[in-house]
Design a protein around this ligand. Structure first.
Ligand SMILES: [Zn+2]
Length: 223
């Protein structure tokens, strides 16, 4: 698997600092488990964070401190100098499912998941989180060749592609790639003709998720 789309630095820093919510942490951990580049960046961020904590008693990280951490990350872990993807989509097989996700699926493979239909060609499977978790975590399956209406995001959203591929204005996203999007981003993903696309998606809050789905489903249900 060759990965072309990675986590952004802010996500890596938050993950390394342990401040990401549970849903986001699962997606990040799943990507990191298949991506040596982001794994190295996380290790580096942990090391930098540890050093900074040793140097200062302050718990709050100032803008200046954050800028220094970013600068160090730029030096040691450039995320964008990656080799080109091979042309064949290589799905993450059940055996290779990232461990944090495999645990949540209770040993089921992607083929054994019970899907709930949302709209023609679109199905969802909710994943359990601990009762106090604030984000949402879902698997989404979108049919081959299916276009989703252009939509924005009510909050931050991280998507890991597990199988199949889609294209949007940022390029083609294949198994192992992540789309690490903030609320300012609008895009219109189109699944490639090779087959359905299965993604693991963490979103910030249920109300925002509703907003996103309302917009996605509008063309079908007129809501
Ligand atoms: Zn990565």
């Amino acid at each position: 698997m060759t990965i072309r789309h990675h986590l952004d630095e802010a996500t890596i820093l938050a993950y390394a600092a342990g401040t990401l919510n549970e849903a986001f942490s699962v997606v990040v951990a799943a990507h990191v488990s298949v991506c040596p580049s982001c794994r190295a960046a996380v290790r580096q961020a942990e090391a930098v964070g540890g050093n900074l904590l040793e140097q200062t008693d302050a718990v709050a990280v100032s803008a200046d401190t954050r800028a220094r951490m970013m600068a160090q990350l730029d030096v040691v872990a450039p995320l964008n100098t990656l080799e080109r993807s091979r042309s064949i989509t290589s799905p993450i097989t059940s055996r290779e499912l990232p461990r944090p996700l495999a645990r949540l699926l209770g040993g089921s493979s992607l083929d054994e998941i019970r899907w709930r239909a949302l709209a023609p060609g679109i199905a969802v499977h909710d994943l359990p989180l601990s009762p106090q978790a604030r984000g949402h975590l879902k698997l989404l399956r979108i049919g081959a060749g299916k276009a989703m209406p252009e939509h924005g995001h009510g909050g931050e959203e991280i998507t890991l592609i597990l199988k199949g591929a889609y294209r949007d204005k940022f390029g083609e996203f294949r198994a192992g790639d992540v789309a690490d999007l903030d609320e300012s981003i609008e895009h219109s993903p189109v699944v490639t003709e090779d087959g359905p696309c299965i993604c693991l998606i963490a979103t910030e809050a249920p109300t925002r998720m509703k907003g996103l789905f309302a917009r996605m489903l509008q063309p079908w249900f007129g809501i």
